[in-house]
Design a protein around this ligand. Structure first.
Ligand code: UD1
Ligand code: MG
Length: 452
């Protein structure tokens, strides 16, 4: 019996020469995730779907990315890039085994939304044997044109290079995404030849072949923004812009204030709570989770960090992977935090480096405090107890523990553990010479006068 859930075939075998990159095209990132990753994530939203990814020979990095994001997916190698139909046939074993609906996605088309895939499936449920995702192109050059009658009935797809001047006037174009529900898909694909301008096996020829065997073909439309294909770095930047605009709108709808949305950059996995305010020029790298009521002031860079409720971060703060701020924490300007859990209500308001360790609840880290965590070979931990006070410009040489409620005198270089509630101070005694400065000035002024 044919499978009820579809088989999704993702084409990723292209070399992407126009990217001018050592990295395969589909591994270039949008919002911190590879384009292939976005498409795999979309595919996994389809309940029960089987996923097959077609890669080029030797694309081990692409294979690894599939393994990380969709471990259950099958990977097939297309030995020679002979066209999109040939690429789908590279997954022949999956097509034979599955036998149900097949959806084809391109790994370089990362912005398609789940509901658009659902409407493609709905077209199959409504009786289409082939459903093609089409869009009105502002500039149709290069795209396959959709030849239709009566609006959404599709007769054929004509590739740009093979189309007549009349056909080139058509602006309804093929996104590349299509879905099949035909009894003999392998027969249809096997019937595709390569007598065309590029000498390739065009998947788009499947429309006419399927129609000739009695299937109905229809067009499902979506906005052009969703189906932008990335072939160059400038198109990658366009995809990024579209993704960011969409994500900014979404988080504002969910209760986040962005004062200047166009200056805030999010990642695919950024999580922001309600009543979070993000000031201008903030970059969220991957892995950031922010609880409700947090204020993120201007010019912060955050990555791999969690921020507790009502905390305040920035301006000009840098949170690196493993920064875990509790509720009500304040991290101020020019403070860098890496791999440190900061307890609730603790403060590091100015000019500090907190790397590898813990800061207890309510502790106060003075300006200029440095966790000296690295000896050139190993990283060590600095542990600061609850309510401790670290005076300004202190160097804490890790490994070191500062007890709860302890006090570190400003300017100290602390190399040994400090007991709870103790004062540790490490600096030479202050010396004072009465009238020294006045005498010094007088001597120097006389010398200068003698010279000129
Ligand atoms: C294709 C469509 C065109 C559509 C356009 C949308 C065909 C024949 N044409 O053209 O109608 O308007 O996409 O962007 O399908 N690939 C392989 N192996 C191959 C060839 C391609 O895996 O042998 C993969 C590529 O990596 C890419 C996708 O298939 O992800 C599309 O291939 P591409 O050469 O970019 O097709 P277009 O000429 O853009
Ligand atoms: Mg293309």
């Amino acid at each position: 019996m044919a499978n009820a859930a579809p088989l999704i075939v993702i084409l990723a075998a292209g070399k992407g020469t126009r990217m001018k990159s050592a990295l395969p095209k589909v591994l270039h990132k949008v919002a911190g995730r590879s384009m292939l990753g976005h498409v795999l994530a979309l595919a996994t939203t389809v309940p029960g779907a089987e996923i097959a990814v077609v890669v080029g020979p030797g694309m081990d990095e692409v294979r690894n990315e599939v393994g990380r994001i969709a471990p259950a997916a099958d990977v097939f190698v297309q030995e020679r890039q002979a066209g999109t139909a040939d690429a789908v046939l590279a997954a022949r074993a999956a097509l034979e085994r599955h036998g149900g609906d097949v959806i084809v996605l391109y790994a370089d088309t990362p912005l398609i939304e789940a509901r658009t895939l659902q409407s493609l499936q709905a077209a199959l449920d409504a009786g289409a044997g082939v459903a093609v995702l089409g869009f009105q192109a502002k500039d149709p050059t290069g795209y396959g044109r959709l030849i239709t009658v009566g609006g959404n009935t599709l007769l054929a797809i004509r590739e740009h290079k093979d189309s007549s001047p009349e056909e080139r006037k058509i602006t309804l174009c093929n996104s590349g995404v299509l879905a099949f529900r035909v009894p003999d898909l392998l027969g249809v694909l096997g019937g595709i030849g390569n007598a065309n301008a590029k000498g390739e096996y065009y998947l788009t020829d499947a429309i006419e072949i399927a129609r000739s065997s009695g299937a109905r073909a229809s067009v499902v439309r979506c906005p052009e923004d969703e189906v932008i294909g990335v072939n160059s770095r400038s198109q990658l930047a366009v995809a990024e812009r579209i993704w960011q605009d969409r994500a900014r709108q979404k988080i504002m709808l969910e209760g986040v204030t962005l004062i200047a949305p166009e200056t805030v950059f999010l990642s695919y996995d950024t999580v922001l709570g309600r009543d979070v305010t993000v000031e201008p020029h903030v970059v969220f790298g991957t892995g950031v989770t922010v609880a409700d009521g947090v204020d993120i002031k201007a010019f912060c860079h955050l990555e791999g960090a969690t921020i507790g409720a009502n905390a305040r971060v920035g301006p000009y703060a840098r949170l690196r992977p493993g920064a875990a701020l509790g509720p009500d924490v304040h991290i101020g300007n020019f403070v860098e935090v890496k791999n440190v859990a900061v307890g609730s209500g603790a403060k590091a308001n100015h000019l500090a480096y907190l790397g590898d360790g813990t800061v207890g609840a309510g502790a106060n880290i003075g300006a200029g405090t440095i966790f000296c965590n690295y000896d050139g070979f190993f990283k060590h931990k600095t542990e600061i107890g609850a309510g401790a006070f670290i005076g300004s410009n202190s160097s804490l040489i890790a490994p070191v523990k500062i007890g709860d409620g302890a006090y570190i005198g400003s300017g100290s270089v602390i190399t040994k553990d400090v007991a709870a509630d103790a004062l540790a101070i490490e600096r030479s005694a202050q010396e004072e010479r009465p009238e020294w400065a006045a005498k010094f000035r007088a001597v120097m002024a006389r010398r200068k006068a003698a010279k000129t």
